[in-house]
Write a protein that binds this ligand. Structure first.
Ligand code: MN
Length: 343
């Protein structure tokens, strides 16, 4: 399943010729962000490179099983000197997002540190990603943004293949986790023959699908289900059942004992209702900030709706953040949907 791509070859060449790397991904990292980060960290370390895998937020409980998850350095530790210092010729690798702000690491890094940046991503990008940061790199960044790709971990797979790096069981486990997460266990519309062929190759290389899925989806604390019960009580359908709304509030987190990452994929539950085309899940966190997740089933463009609120994502899965009460956010979304022709 060789991916012949000039840009990927350029990136492979840059990596082969360089020594020092800082690899990062988006805040609130998911299985694709962390799986991609650790797979690349493992492969480059095995190739004799000096690599710091760095995130702003902690690894969620259900991803701690990933090989080498304990090697991740937190951005705050970088700034405090509790981690190795980075030499001036470091290459910054940004995974699963294409905006430096989304990584949250900028405030923790000294200016003019990086020689250049590499971006591997599959989210819709602005016309010139990273352009506002051109000044901090001495060479222009190399971008590989493929919005058709089913996961960033797949891009890491193709990059390692281009570099002729071996797939160890640990690397395969990390990449498989990224693929299974972003394809919704091979159910989402991005699941194609490439995804299934890659999964087979990863299993042959030592990834264990049953074990990985058990870790990802069958190790929830009961507090998550108590929170889900409360969320389901808020369920409302609008526009003839085409749009489903559901939310969780800071009080519900307190009452259930669940934490904010436990509300992950509640939106999928809402989308599974037969009439629903667009599912909207609003998670208000303790600081009054709301994270809004949008999922569509077939024809509704969730990325476009998210973008109209300053967010982003994919056609069927997108989101945005907003600092307003839940009822007000719902009202704003309903207003934007007034002219949609639901099928
Ligand atoms: Mn992803």
């Amino acid at each position: 399943m060789k991916k012949n791509d000039q840009q990927l070859e350029k990136i492979a060449k840059l990596i082969e010729e360089s020594r020092n790397f800082l690899i990062t991904a988006h805040q609130k990292p998911d299985g694709d962000a962390i799986g991609s980060l650790l797979a690349l960290y493992l492969a480059l370390t095995q190739a004799g490179k000096t690599v710091i895998p760095c995130l702003t937020d902690p690894v969620p409980q259900n991803l701690l099983f990933l090989p080498e998850s304990g090697s991740i350095v937190f951005a705050s530790d970088l700034a405090s000197g509790r981690s190795p210092t980075l030499p001036q010729d470091t290459i910054l690798i940004v995974l699963d997002c294409n905006e430096l702000q989304r990584t949250g690491i900028l405030p923790f890094l000294p200016a003019h540190l990086f020689e250049t940046a590499v971006v591997l991503d599959h989210h819709i990008a602005r016309p010139e990603p990273l352009s506002e940061f051109a000044g901090i790199f001495s060479k222009p960044p190399l971008l590989y943004i493929d919005t058709e790709a089913f996961s960033t971990a797949a891009l890491v797979y193709w990059l390692l293949e281009t570099m002729n790096r071996p797939l160890t069981p640990e690397i395969a486990t990390n990449i498989y986790t990224g693929v299974v997460t972003d394809t919704g266990s091979f159910c989402h519309s991005n699941t194609n023959a490439d995804a299934l062929e890659m999964a087979a190759a990863l299993v042959r290389a030592g990834a264990n699908p049953h074990r990985i899925s058990s870790q990802l989806f069958q190790q929830y604390p009961v507090s998550r289900h108590r929170l889900l019960a409360m969320a389901l009580n808020t369920l409302e359908l609008e526009y003839n059942g085409k749009v489903g709304f559901m939310y969780v509030s800071p009080e519900m987190f307190l009452q259930s004992g669940a934490n904010e990452e436990d509300a992950h994929d509640f939106v999928g539950c809402l989308r599974s209702i037969d009439t629903v085309e667009l599912a909207v899940f609003i998670k208000e966190t303790s600081n009054g900030q709301s994270n809004v997740s949008l999922r569509s089933k077939s024809y509704f463009n969730a990325a476009e709706l998210a973008a109209s609120f300053g967010g982003g994502g994919h056609f069927h899965a997108a989101g945005f953040r907003m600092n307003r009460p839940i009822a007000e956010i719902k009202g704003m979304i309903l207003a934007k949907l007034a002219d949609v022709t639901w099928q």
